[in-house]
Write a protein that binds this ligand. Structure first.
Ligand code: GDG
Length: 752
């Protein structure tokens, strides 16, 4: 097994200096996290071995390859080949993009549309068709690159918001591939996500659903995603599992950790407390702030909170410094330049207002720090002040805790970060309220050491247990479990050999009976049931099939008899309407399956109508011996509440009446007791023995049919669903293909 990591950027940046290609390590949460996992594999602590206890089913990959943009534009093919060759030495593979693509894709759609939207800054969002077109295009370029490299046993792990269309694109090219996706930023609530144009948001969700496993940092993000999938695409889930017609997708939470041991070891190594210019901090309490330059990180709020703290607490002046490290990022994007100007001005303002000889209240560095000085800062700061307005996780908070070898130190963390969900012992603040930041600083700076240690022990234990290596193992282990579950479902698929046997039995059989459901089985679902009229080619297929002298075809549906009559009366087949209330044996008139009472309808109709009025998009379909309450077109969330209420009401109301209340696919049905497709089918089987029996259906009403069939029968359920049927097919088009084959297998002399 080989692990292919796919992310926008490679962990190695290619730089061209005086005509020479140079390769440097790049940084960032994603890169440092995954690199730690890959290092752990190279260090062979897990390579090829079974996963440690508690990590289900994970076996570690033997090799890895990282696919991404190399950090430089290379257009000359010969030079591209040289870069590719050089990067292969780092187990990396470059995806070359033009300057224009990078600008429209990365600086454009990724950072002007998705980034602000997913971080709840809708007013910063730029919605331009041309940016999205480049996003699509770059996702396709990545797809080509991955598709060329991927081998059957490989695991593809795609990262982050730059590549949300890639899972589906890759799935189309490599249907059997193992594909995981992890989103490092928040997935916003549906009300924010829906601000995207309709086609984009549907494509993005479909794009992600091409993966086998989709991971998020927190439970909330996973729930937001599942809700958007329901509202935009209409797919429901059970415990994060979405059963698509031909694919099972699992959505789950994996809070990313840090390389705990690496930070501990480094913190023991680094020199004592030092500021960035080498001077000691010994006279001051140090409050640390480290971030990429980003408007989501709440750097201005932090400065406002610190200013307020100094105003309110003159006794702390000359005794505390705020070390503010801001790492340059996305320099080309306008909002970033503006925020940089504001930070510069604000730092100047605080230092001018409070500073004195020998005391600079804010020590400001606008630069990237090497690892060791960064850890030295973590290790020597009394307080870490982490105040993002929104942050998927925030690794700085965790790295600070991991670097506290003596377990002292106070973490102040924004409740808008994913990290705050796990770090309950830290001081939690709402960054929009500068008063809370100032008050948190007051509390932090006087917190007794014993209390600091008590809190940090709990958090460190957790961070040590679920470190970044465990995070990656957990994700990859879960991915393998999903593949196993898919295999189990796929084992029930009607494959070539079973199909061959089915056709052979059909050919040999002196008499055959075929039960076919209609909606969802012979035709796909539409919003309005009346619009699902059979097309000409379907009628032709049914005609040919039913003309076989030894074949009896029974269309067995929940539809009313007039509709069935109107659509199929010209064909030489038998019809069952209203799930078995009405039966029309071919060549004979319609008859009731048994004497039925329908006086209950008049009492129930007003109830169903009231519920339909309370749920826009729902409507009532009245049949002679049943009533259906459809809600396919209704708001899915409101519908799920209304359906529960309705079913509850109906069950109570009908306790003394001989009717059944059943929930189907976007429908609630009330029908006479003892009427179901199974009973109807038995009436046909009692009439004449069949040597070949086939039943195909797609929903819960067909389960009644599958259940009554003898062991020798062939039963097939459409869609990847758990079922009493022996086999599954993926869609109604596969049903039509099978029926065409059956039709062609009819003995010639039997065809008229
Ligand atoms: C995204 C999500 C999510 C920062 N400055 C320096 C430096 N760093 C390193 C830190 C840390 C990483 O960069 C920053 O990670 P964050 O999590 O804080 O933030 P993002 O870069 O926005 O990351 C975020 C993350 O992905 C992972 O999923 O947590 O929510 O936005 O590792 O140490 N490293 C060095 N010098 C610096 O000056 N050496």
């Amino acid at each position: 097994m080989r692990l292919l990591i796919v992310s926008n950027r490679l962990p190695i940046v290619t730089v061209e200096e005086q005509g020479q290609l140079q390769f440097r390590e790049s940084a960032g949460g994603l890169v440092s996290g995954i690199s730690a996992y890959l290092d752990s594999l190279r260090g062979s602590s897990f390579r090829g071995a079974a996963a440690p206890a508690g990590v289900p089913g994970a076996s570690a990959p033997a090799r890895s390859r990282w696919i991404g943009w190399p950090g430089v534009t290379v257009e000359d093919p010969a030079k591209q080949a040289r870069v590719t060759e050089a990067l292969a030495g780092f187990d990396a593979h470059p995806v070359f993009l033009s300057d224009r693509s990078m600008d429209k894709f990365y600086h454009g759609f990724c950072n002007k549309t998705i980034w602000p939207l997913f971080h709840y800054f809708p007013s910063y969002v730029v919605c331009e068709e041309s940016l999205y077109a480049h996003y699509r295009c770059v996702n396709r370029i990545f797809c080509e690159a991955v598709a060329r490299l991927v081998q059957p046993d490989d695991v593809v792990w795609i990262h982050d918001y730059h590549l949300m269309l890639l899972p589906q694109l890759l799935r189309q090219q490599k249907p059997e591939a193992t594909i995981g996706f992890f989103l490092h930023i928040p997935f916003p609530s549906f009300e924010i996500f829906r601000l995207l144009p309709q086609t984009w948001r549907a494509e993005i969700l479909e794009g992600l659903l091409g993966a086998d496993l989709i991971g998020f940092h927190t439970y909330d993000y996973a729930q937001h995603f599942l809700r958007s999938v329901l509202r935009v695409l209409g797919h429901e889930h059970t415990m994060g599992k979405i059963l698509l017609p031909n694919h099972l997708v699992q959505v789950d939470t994996f809070p990313m950790g840090v390389d705990f041991q690496k930070f501990q070891a480094a913190a023991r190594r680094v020199p004592g407390p030092q500021d960035l210019s080498g001077e000691t901090f010994k006279d001051f309490k140090v409050v640390l702030s480290v971030d990429r330059l980003d408007y989501t990180k709440g750097i201005l709020n932090r400065l406002q909170g610190y200013e307020l703290f100094l105003e309110r607490n003159p006794q702390w002046q000359k005794k505390v410094v705020l070390v503010l490290v801001v790492v340059p990022s996305r320099i080309g994007v306008e909002q970033y330049q503006e925020i940089k100007r504001q930070i510069d001005a604000f730092v100047g303002q605080i230092n001018g207002k409070f500073g004195s000889v020998g005391w600079t209240p804010v020590l400001y560095q606008y630069r990237y720090l090497p690892f060791e000085p960064l850890v030295s800062l973590y290790a020597s700061s009394h307080v870490a002040l982490v105040t993002p307005l929104r942050d998927g996780m925030n690794l700085v908070a965790k790295e600070y805790l991991a670097s506290r070898t003596d377990r002292t130190g106070v973490l102040i963390v924004s409740e808008m970060t994913g990290a705050s969900k796990e770090l309950g012992e830290a001081i939690s603040i709402n960054p929009n309220n500068v008063g809370e930041i100032a008050a948190a600083l007051e509390t932090a700076l006087v917190m007794p050491e014993a209390e600091q240690i008590r809190r940090n022990e709990i958090m460190q234990d957790r961070l040590q247990r679920y470190d970044v290596i465990r995070w990656a193992q957990d994700f990859l282990g879960r991915l393998q479990e999903v593949k196993t579950e898919q295999k189990r479902l796929r084992a029930r698929l009607l494959r070539r050999e079973a199909r061959r046997q089915l056709l052979e039995q059909f050919r040999q059989a002196p008499h055959s009976t075929i039960f076919l459901d209609y909606d969802g089985t012979l035709i796909s679902f539409v919003d309005d049931p009346k619009a699902a009229q059979p097309p000409e080619n379907l009628l032709l297929l049914l005609r040919t099939l039913s003309q076989g002298a030894n074949t009896e075809v029974v269309l067995i549906s929940g539809r009313d008899k007039d509709t069935m009559e109107g659509w199929f009366a010209d064909l030489d087949l038998s019809l069952v309407a209203e799930h078995g209330a009405w039966i029309k044996v071919k060549g004979q008139p319609w008859r009731l399956a048994k004497p039925l009472d329908n006086t209950w309808k008049s009492a129930l109709l007003p109830i169903l109508q009231t519920y339909a009025d309370r749920l826009p998009g729902a409507f009532v379909e009245e049949k002679e011996y049943s009533i259906a309450w459809h809600y396919r077109r209704a708001d899915p969330e409101l519908a799920s509440t209304r359906v529960k209420e309705l079913v509850d009401d109906l069950v109570n109301f009908t306790a003394n009446i001989d009717v059944q209340v059943q929930q189907g696919d976007k429908v609630v049905e009330v029908r006479c007791g003892g009427i179901h497709k199974g009973a109807a089918a038995l009436s046909f089987l009692a009439k004449e023995a069949s040597d070949f029996l086939l039943a195909i259906g797609d929903d819960w009403t067909d389960e009644d049919l599958f259940r009554v069939l003898p062991d020798s029968a062939w039963s097939i359920r459409v869609g990847h669903r758990h079922s009493c049927a022996k086999f599954n097919v993926r869609s109604h088009t596969e049903v039509l293909e099978l029926l065409r084959e059956i039709s062609a297998a009819q003995p010639q002399e039997c065809s008229r």
